[in-house]
Design a protein around this ligand. Sequence first.
Ligand code: PLP
Length: 434
Amino acid sequence: MDNRTHILHRDPSHPLPVAVAGDGPYVIDSTGKRYLDASGGAAVSCLGHSERRVIAAIKAQLDRIPYAHSSFFTSEPAEELAEFLTTRAPGDLGHVYYVSGGSEANETALKLARQYFWEKGETARRHFIARRQSYHGNTIATLSVGFNPGRRAVYEPILLPVSHIAPCFAYRYAEPGETPEAYGIRAADELEAEILRLGPETVIGFIAETVGGATAGAITAAPGYFRRIREICDRYGILLILDEVMCGMGRTGRLFACEDEGVAPDLLSCAKGLGAGYQPIGACLMSDRIFEAITTGSGTFQHGFTYVGHATACAGALAVQKVIEEDGLLAHVRAMGAALDTALRARFGDHPHVGDIRGRGLFRAIELVEDRAGKTPFDPARKVYARLKEAALAAGLMVYPGGGTIDGKRGDHVLMAPPYIIDETHVALIVERL
Ligand code: PLP
């Protein structure tokens, strides 16, 4: 295959290698070069690229029936996957709405949240509050709640009005000498201030990534932050939406990242690791009270994508989740995550351009800075993150870097989200190639 393409790739000026095969955590291109996938692509391929049990389940479903439209039929894998997810989810997230990816999952969550209040007659509620340094997807609504300046720029005039508060990002926003707990409370209290400013009766909900992913790199919240957020949402009767598209489905060492925060949201979106890249699938989990408000109210959610509950996608995702559970991969993620953290600190802990090493489970990031003491980001024009991605790829390593400043408070970072199946030799190789 030559380099001519009819596809509008992300960077059309830049020819891409052609992926032709997968072997565990490796992607193999058409020249035979092997790339160690230390980022699961974009935190997707959590079982690597050749899990036979998942492939067999997908083939078996294709042999039965690939797909039947959800306005006519449900399917066995869709029902079984919903039971699997809801019996393991925290709180009363007892129902599922299937979609094909993360943006659709969040779009669904935003619309379910609005409809919940509409069913209750609270139609004045129209505001969402979200955070800077966040990414929730590419549709107009999800781009509006997210805060990726590069992706928003062209569309700014047509985005929905959304309030953005600061994220809980201790490395960048905690005051010198402030304890993590005190910082967590201070960061969460920004939500209350914004609710009061808007008028509580006009607010629908607050959306946040449980662990921040693509926009600033594996940002875990300060202890107590999300518990305080939950209290504030409850105090004003607003919904908490947790976006676990990137950090969920085992990435942090728990099936749902919010388990480590001791909170359950009203709506939770997941995708990426749900189908692990074997099938495109996402889901929005909703609490029983949201489900009941709609089913006992107007009776219908006026939404729906053509591929809702796609049988083959659900069969693939169900097989992925069973492999994670049956192989004890959540504990393995925690162990390998600790090993990766230790190895990164040993190799880069004193590096003059490494400002922070952070994350949880197999969701890790390094923040790169011009000057370590002052935490000064590199000039965005230098595109450090893009050059790093290219150099890593040349060295046979896939990492997921990002960059560009927000409030002057973000530098370049390298995100790592390797498959859950890696062992110590892969950990060593990731650090060596990095
Ligand atoms: N939410 C988060 C936290 C994400 O990281 C992403 C994608 O990176 C999305 C939503 C959007 O998901 P998708 O690209 O599958 O639409």
